[in-house]
Write a protein that binds this ligand. Sequence first.
Ligand SMILES: NC(=O)c1ccc[n+]([C@@H]2O[C@H](COP(=O)([O-])OP(=O)(O)OC[C@H]3O[C@@H](n4cnc5c(N)ncnc54)[C@H](OP(=O)(O)O)[C@@H]3O)[C@@H](O)[C@H]2O)c1
Length: 264
Amino acid sequence: MTNVKAAHSWALVTGASSGLGVDFAHELAAGGHNLVLTARRAERLHELATEIEARYPVQTKVIALDLSLPGAAAELKQQLDQASIVIDVLINNAGFGIFGEFIEQSLARVQAMLQLNIAALTELTHLFATGMVARRRGQILLVASVVAFQASPNYAAYAASKAYVLSLGEALHEELRPHGVTVTVLSPGATATEFFDVSGQQSSPMKRAFMMPSRPVVQIGLAAMRHGRASVVPGWKNTLMTWSTRLLPRIVLRKMAHWVLRKE
Ligand SMILES: NC(=O)c1ccc[n+]([C@@H]2O[C@H](COP(=O)([O-])OP(=O)(O)OC[C@H]3O[C@@H](n4cnc5c(N)ncnc54)[C@H](OP(=O)(O)O)[C@@H]3O)[C@@H](O)[C@H]2O)c1
């Protein structure tokens, strides 16, 4: 169970301007955490901060920046150090996907996605885990995806970036546990956020059948984090899907994924 007491402790939520990040912010504030909110869209972050301070007895700090730029994670840490804010809970949530054939995707956009989904997430985890280990106190949640569990044609690079997140998180769970720090990977399936507007994947019957609202996904992730679990997949359909990757040959899995993720 958790060694982080919510009252007066600070949580950092990346990607707090929409979707899962907004619900992470509300749930953590309801639990008594002060919040650092970050993403690119400053106006949305300030609106959320105002709403949260009106509803819950917590403090907020907004830091708007583009985490896909090299050096952004270090800049974020530096700003928090200058404000003497110590992070006890890190929610590495910011990320995006690009749907469609790999060679048709802009290379610059793929690079930005890898910088955000992999490099910034890794840097933030390293920068904040170091202090957590020294204090022997901390919780880190990494947001991966069900596509992390198998090769996913039409989400090839995105799924590979999330496979990295899942692998990193599970490994760090073991490494950091003896130091009093928990690492938990949350792997959602299709969730009703702005994700698909950004990725460009059209709606489909399959996607609609799996779609979960954002709030329960966040609640399941935070419950797993508080219980110090290594990994959690929200929803029974998503759980079944990820379990199937242990039973079926990889060739079957990737061909099925190609059919499910086909372009309409
Ligand atoms: N929704 C799903 O179906 C689904 C499924 C599995 C996993 N996930 C994962 O869940 C996480 C949250 O996504 P979501 O579903 O909540 O989608 P979303 O509504 O599009 O939210 C994505 C968040 O990431 C932030 N972000 C994007 N690019 C950024 C950048 N360069 N620098 C800083 N922040 C950036 C966005 O803020 P700004 O645009 O303001 O920067 C936004 O706050 C992602 O890691 C995603 O891969 C989502």
